[in-house]
Design a protein around this ligand. Structure first.
Ligand code: SF4
Length: 257
């Protein structure tokens, strides 16, 4: 269900960044304590105390995130519990991790991919059993062939299944599985559709950025993210591994199609 090599890389990226951030946080805390000891001016001391409190809080959250990933990796403590801890804590630290990652030369989308993959591992560790109609498959509009004249955003079954893009395969998969399918132009509409349909589980196809924000926004729902393929660059004639989408649907519905 989940590629172990990918898990090792994703875990390595996030734990490495968190460890570095912890080191910086502890060094900052030590510098602030030194300032507190040396400085007598009240204003400076008050500012230093405030900074120290914020730094210690950040260090504690980062430590908890780091430890929770290691617990999940060890397989102890129950994957469901440690998984919830990992996603909750990663949601809290992801933005500073991405900012810090840029300083050490890591691309934002690589960190977002690691986050999405770790989320998938957590979801795949559960044992869901949803009815197909409770599962929503969300697709990005850029998956539709740019020269196609069929209007499929309202109803994907308006696709003529000519085979110029992967929508034809997804339509066949939709008929076979019975899951709900929506094609959306962006994250805002995706959130609106989730609010209207109220699915119990979501399979989302998107780029790193949209996957990451979507998973964070729908944190109460189990979401399996499937990264899209971009042979023509971003946001145009994108594709997807339909077998991966099928695997995610089979997992949520606990059926084979
Ligand atoms: S497969 Fe469907 S959506 Fe894709 S180009 Fe053909 S008709 Fe359009």
């Amino acid at each position: 269900m989940y590629n172990e090599k990918s898990w090792a890389e994703d875990k390595g990226i996030l734990t490495g960044l968190l460890a570095l951030m912890l080191f910086v946080g502890l060094a900052l805390a030590a510098a602030v304590v030194y300032l507190l000891i040396r400085q007598q001016r009240l204003f400076v001391r008050l500012a230093a105390v405030l900074l120290l409190v914020l730094t210690v809080a950040a260090v504690l959250v980062m430590t908890a995130a780091l430890v929770s990933i290691l617990i999940l990796n060890s397989g102890h403590g129950g994957a469901a519990v440690s998984g919830k801890m990992v996603t909750g804590l990663l949601n809290a630290v992801l933005t500073p991790v991405m900012v810090f990652g840029r300083f050490v030369g890591l691309k934002r989308d690589r960190i977002q991919r690691a986050y999405a993959n770790i989320n998938n591992r957590v979801v795949y560790a559960g044992k869901p059993h949803f009815e197909p109609e409770d599962v929503l498959l969300l697709l990005p509009h850029c998956m539709q062939y740019s020269g196609c004249r069929h209007r499929i955003t309202g109803d994907i079954y308006n696709c003529a299944e000519c085979g110029r893009c992967k929508v034809a395969d997804i339509v066949k998969l939709g008929r076979k599985t019975g899951v709900k399918i929506k094609m959306v132009p962006g994250g805002t509409l995706a959130r609106k559709i989730i609010g209207e349909i109220r699915p119990k589980a979501v399979v989302a196809v998107a780029c790193e950025n949209d996957l990451c924000s979507g998973i964070r926004d729908t944190r109460k729902l189990p979401v399996i993210g499937v990264l899209n393929q971009r042979p023509h660059g971003p946001c145009r004639d994108t594709s997807v591994d339909v077998a991966e989408v099928k695997r995610a649907i089979e997992f949520f519905t606990n059926r084979r199609y």
